[in-house]
Ligand binder design. Structure first.
Ligand code: PMP
Length: 284
């Protein structure tokens, strides 16, 4: 079955989707994106992802060319046409295609909007059972990480560091403190039972999954603490975990080769993963 994408108003086979090399997304990474999980053929935390999309667009001076309702309708139609049960929708919005490569863009450019879906067995991911390894690496990103920019070179290089070390994710470090993962939010559980994660600011992307997990953690009596934490503190943590739309909650069993806790997935991470999945399933 040909995979179907949506580009600037049309559903078409992904293999036939064409974007100009003069698109500003290609030339300047002048665009933003969003990734939303799909579970049982339905969108997860869609309102939060749409809100973040709108915020990212606004922060770089773009307007969404379609309404939230229209976007959700396109996503649902893509899910249907691709027979997607589990995975993600990917959406990218760029400032559009100009006649010449020029840093300055005219206001009247039509933005490029592209969506497609990716299948992934998020629930059955073996990493949820085994836990994952993380390595730390300097955070080389720009100063507005709260914008979900398609300028992802620093994240790509960080993920390569992780891959080369046989790890699943890289935790990015700035001034001795963990900011977040290259494509996920970072959390630790301290010895006294607090879930610690960095407060939202320009330094990190506000994770939609993390925000949902906060609600669930507090409902389950866990203390939620938003503050900076160092790599040393993370190494001493009782548990560590990451959250993202494409992985939900994953336990971290080692950082830079040092075992976290007893080196096995921690009960709090496992419980939060379980309740997140239950809540996601009950959403629609
Ligand atoms: N931080 C970064 C840098 C990310 O790329 C992601 C994944 N989009 C996240 C955090 C997690 O965000 P979410 O839970 O909304 O997927």
């Amino acid at each position: 079955m040909a995979r179907i994408a949506w580009l600037n108003g049309d559903y078409l086979p992904l293999a036939d989707a064409r974007i100009s090399p003069l698109d500003r997304g290609f030339l300047f990474a002048d665009g933003i994106y969003e990734v939303t999980a799909v579970l049982d053929g339905r969108l997860v935390d869609s309102a939060a992802h749409l809100a973040r999309l709108q915020r990212s667009a606004g922060e770089i001076g773009l307007c969404l060319p379609v309404t939230f309702d229209e976007l959700e309708a396109i996503e649902r139609e893509l899910i249907r046409r691709n027979g997607l049960d589990q995975g993600t929708t990917y959406l990218q919005l760029t400032r559009g295609t100009a006649a010449e490569r020029d840093f300055h863009a005219d206001d009247d450019l039509a933005p490029t909007l592209f969506l497609y879906t990716q299948a992934k067995d998020i629930i059955g991911n073996p990493a949820a059972r085994t836990g994952v390894a993380v390595v730390t690496t300097p955070d080389l990103r720009w100063a507005r990480r709260d914008i979900k920019s398609v300028s992802l070179l620093a994240q790509v290089l960080a993920k390569q560091v992780a891959h080369d070390a046989g790890a699943f994710e890289a935790w990015l470090v700035e001034d001795g403190h963990v900011t977040e993962g290259s494509s996920s939010s970072a959390l630790i559980l301290t010895a006294d039972g607090a879930l610690v994660t960095r407060p939202n600011s320009h330094a990190i992307l506000p994770g939609c999954t993390r925000a949902a997990v906060q609600v669930l953690a507090e409902q389950h009596g866990l203390r939620w603490e938003e503050r900076l934490f160092t790599v040393e503190e993370a190494l001493m943590a009782r548990e560590a975990m990451l959250t993202s739309a494409s992985n939900f909650v994953l336990p971290i069993i080692s950082i830079d080769g040092h075992a976290i806790g007893d080196g096995r997935p921690g009960p709090v991470a496992e419980r939060l993963r379980g309740v997140y999945i239950e809540t996601a399933r009950a959403q629609n």
